[in-house]
Design a binder for this molecule. Structure first.
Ligand code: ADP
Ligand code: MG
Length: 335
C-alpha cells in the first residue's frame, strides 16, 4: 500500500526552483524583471563569483510595503495580475508570482525595500521571514547569496565562475537592450563591467553591440498597424560564425522563437551562406492578446495566435531593408 502525504512548502518551492532557477543568470533575470516591473529608472547589479556567491540588485522603483514583504516571498502571490483577463493582456514581465519563492528556497535571500510614503525601509529574511527595520531610500534591494547552498545536487551542475558570469552578462545585456530608458550598471567582483546611462535605443544598441555592428547594420522600421518591427539588422559583410549577436524581443521580452528565427533565416537565405549568421537587435510589438507568453516559467518561448501573419511580416520587413541596401533579392517566404 502506498502512503500519500503533502509536501512541505519549502520542498514544493525547491522543486519549482528546478524550472525557474536553472543557474545564477536565471536568478538575475527574475530579479531584474521585477525591478523593471517596479518602474525603476536606475538599476544596479552587483555580482560575486559569477553570481553564485552573490547577486544583489538595487532599484529605485515603487518598493514593497512592510505588510507585502512576506507575501512577495510566497508562491503564487503577485501584484501583477488578478484575473484570467489580466493574464491575456499582461503588460508586465512577471505575473506568475513564483520567482522569489523559488529563489528564496535555494539561496540565502533577503529583500530590503521602502515603498512610496513609508518612513523607513524594512528588511525580510527569506529563511525565517523575520522582518526588521532598515535604512534605504525609495526602492528595493534583493540580495541572493550562496545559490544552492542547501541543494548540493543542483550545485554540482554549476559551471566555472567565468561561464556563469558570461550567462549573467548576457542576461543583463538582454534587459539593457530592451530598456534603454533605464540607467543600468553591472559589476563583477567589485569591478564595473557596464555603466549605461539612460539613452536613445540607437545609442544603447551601440554601447552593447559595438559601433562596428551599427556601421554594418540597417535600420528596420516596419509598421502594419497591428504588427510593428523596429531595430537593426546586419548586412552580409558583418555576418558571424555564431548566433551570439541575435536578439529578438516581443513586446519588450527577449524570446527564442523558432518561427521568428525561421523568418529571419529566410530573409537572409540568398545572401548569407553556409555557416554564417546575421547579427540583429529586433523589437516586435503587437497586441498582448495576440501572443501567449505563458508557455514556460522562464517565458522565453511564446506562441503567436496569427503565426503565419507574424512570419510573413517579419520576413518581408527584413527582406525589404536588405533589398534596399543592395544586399538582397526579392523573394517569397517558404514556411
Ligand atoms: P511576479 O513578478 O511574477 O509577480 P515574483 O515572485 O517575481 O512574482 O515577485 C512577487 C511580487 O513581489 C511581485 O508581484 C511584486 O509585487 C513584488 N516585487 C518583487 N520584486 C520587486 C521590486 N524590485 N520592486 C517592487 N516590488 C517587487
Ligand atoms: Mg517576477
Amino acid at each position: 500500500m502506498t502512503v500519500i502525504h503533502r509536501l512541505s512548502d519549502l520542498l514544493i518551492n525547491q522543486i519549482a526552483a528546478g524550472e525557474v532557477v536553472e543557474r545564477p543568470a536565471s536568478v538575475l533575470k527574475e530579479v531584474l524583471e521585477n525591478a523593471v516591473d517596479a518602474g525603476a529608472r536606475a538599476i544596479e547589479v552587483q555580482l560575486e563569483q559569477g553570481g553564485v556567491r552573490r547577486i544583489r540588485v538595487t532599484d529605485d522603483g515603487c518598493g514593497i510595503g512592510r505588510d507585502d514583504l512576506a507575501l512577495a516571498l510566497e508562491r503564487h502571490a503577485t501584484s501583477k495580475i488578478a484575473s484570467l483577463d489580466d493574464l491575456e493582456h499582461v503588460g508586465t514581465m512577471g505575473f506568475r508570482g513564483e520567482a522569489l519563492a523559488a529563489i528564496a528556497a535555494v539561496a540565502r535571500t533577503t529583500i530590503t525595500s521602502r515603498a512610496d510614503g513609508e518612513a523607513h525601509a524594512w528588511r525580510i529574511d527569506g529563511s525565517d521571514r523575520a522582518l526588521a527595520p532598515a535604512a534605504l531610500g525609495q526602492g528595493t534591494v534583493v540580495d541572493v547569496a550562496d545559490l544552492y547552498y542547501n541543494t548540493p545536487a543542483r550545485r554540482k551542475f554549476l559551471k566555472s565562475e567565468g561561464t556563469e558570469y558570461a550567462h549573467c552578462d548576457e542576461m543583463f545585456r538582454r534587459v539593457a537592450l530592451a530598456r534603454p530608458d533605464i540607467g543600468m550598471q553591472l559589476s563583477h567582483n567589485g569591478r564595473v563591467a557596464h555603466r549605461l546611462p539612460p539613452a536613445a535605443p540607437f545609442a544603447r544598441i551601440g554601447a552593447l553591440m559595438g559601433d562596428d555592428f551599427l556601421q554594418h547594420a540597417r535600420e528596420v522600421a516596419a509598421d502594419a498597424g497591428i504588427l510593428r518591427l523596429a531595430g537593426f539588422a546586419s548586412l552580409p559583410a558583418y555576418s558571424r560564425a555564431g548566433r551570439d549577436a541575435q536578439y529578438f524581443f516581443v513586446n519588450g521580452r527577449f524570446v527564442r522563437d523558432k518561427l521568428l528565427a525561421h523568418a529571419v533565416r529566410e530573409a537572409y537565405a540568398d545572401i548569407l551562406h553556409g555557416s554564417r549568421h546575421p547579427a540583429y537587435v529586433l523589437f516586435l510589438e503587437l497586441d498582448p492578446a495576440g501572443v501567449d507568453v505563458n508557455v514556460h516559467p522562464a517565458k522565453i518561448e511564446v506562441r503567436f495566435r496569427e503565426s503565419r501573419a507574424v512570419h510573413q511580416f517579419v520576413f518581408h520587413a527584413l527582406r525589404r531593408v536588405l533589398a534596399e541596401s543592395g544586399a538582397g533579392m526579392a523573394g517569397e517566404a517558404t514556411m
